[in-house]
Design a binder for this molecule. Structure first.
Ligand SMILES: [Fe+2]
Length: 308
């Protein structure tokens, strides 16, 4: 049929292309629908958390115009992060640490308060079943390194010594590795003890060294892609728990370490840097005669009183 001859006008129709405003409205409608799906949450806090999470996640995807390939890559990254975790490896905590989320959460929940020791990241290397170390005992337990005498007082932010409270400590050896990073189930460079009558704690350990975060997982790929250094400045971890006080999770950092101003997990606070004095031979604070090099640090741990 020849329409022209019959005087019929033919118009070609193309699919409707939404304009920017329409596209934005559609995306917002989806976000609103997902947010609304949490209205029936069984707890108010859960609803608050999930609706805010959805808004921010959607906002992120819209902001960067997330491609399907990028979405797939993110799913793969998170899947591999989870697969890297087991009872001795916590790649998700490491991810949170290098994104600064751990330090932000510390800052929100344990703000610096007058007179109390500041908090920092928990890190991925704590284990629950560390051995008990007597006062003056050796926490190194075969971990390689320069022997280091670690001592101090645990007290309350009102100045009262805290006797009989648990102090956990853990650290890497001189090769920069935690015991959990070795094959097998060795326990070294970690332990806990109970403070003495004047709140004192004291033990032998090894001089902390700076170390790279684990380099065999997706988090190290992320750091490499960002051109970021994977290093943590030398430190010893502490966790102190006492009734009526906020649990203190912190480190003591070694003064003079070259990575103090570029910690991969943003954990350094000036008040947590202490002088580790180095010695050769002589008599140690516990009265033992030492051959060769050893070090010493004194670091008090002051816990914030919980109100109410
Ligand atoms: Fe550490």
């Amino acid at each position: 049929v020849n329409y022209r001859e019959q005087g019929v006008t033919v118009t070609q129709t193309t699919p409707h292309q939404p304009d920017a405003a329409e596209q934005q409205a559609r995306e917002q409608a989806l976000t609103d629908e997902v947010v609304a799906s949490f209205a029936t949450s069984t707890s108010d806090r859960y609803r608050e958390l999930m609706t805010s999470l959805v808004r921010h996640l959607h906002g992120f995807a819209r902001d960067v115009r997330l491609t399907h390939a990028e979405w797939e890559s993110a799913i793969d990254f998170l899947t591999r992060t989870g697969q890297k975790c087991d009872e001795r490896r916590q790649e998700f905590i490491l991810l949170s640490d290098v994104l600064g989320l751990s330090m932000l959460t510390v800052g929100i929940n344990a703000p610096a308060s007058e007179g109390a020791t500041e908090s920092t990241v928990f890190g991925p290397f704590f284990v629950d079943d560390a051995p008990e170390i007597p006062q003056g005992g050796d926490l190194a337990h075969g971990a390689k390194g320069t022997p280091c005498w670690v001592s101090g007082q645990v007290r309350s932010s009102d100045g009262t010594p805290l006797a009989g409270v648990r102090v956990d400590a853990w650290e890497a050896d001189e090769d920069g590795l935690y015991d959990t990073q070795y094959e097998g189930n060795r326990t070294a460079g970690r332990g806990w003890q109970t403070t003495g009558p004047r709140g004192e704690y004291r033990f032998w350990s090894v001089q902390p060294v700076h170390y790279p975060v684990p380099d065999d997982g997706p988090v190290s790929e992320m750091l490499a892609a960002a051109g970021r250094r994977p290093m943590r400045p030398a430190h010893l971890h502490f966790k102190v728990t006492a009734p009526g006080h906020r649990t203190l999770i912190t480190h003591v950092f070694v003064a003079g370490d070259e990575y103090l101003d570029r910690d991969a997990v943003f954990g350094v606070k000036q008040s947590l840097i202490a002088e580790f004095t180095e010695h050769t031979g002589g008599t140690a604070p516990d009265g033992t005669t030492r051959d060769g090099r050893w070090a010493q640090v004194e670091f008090d741990l002051v816990l914030q009183i919980l109100k109410g």
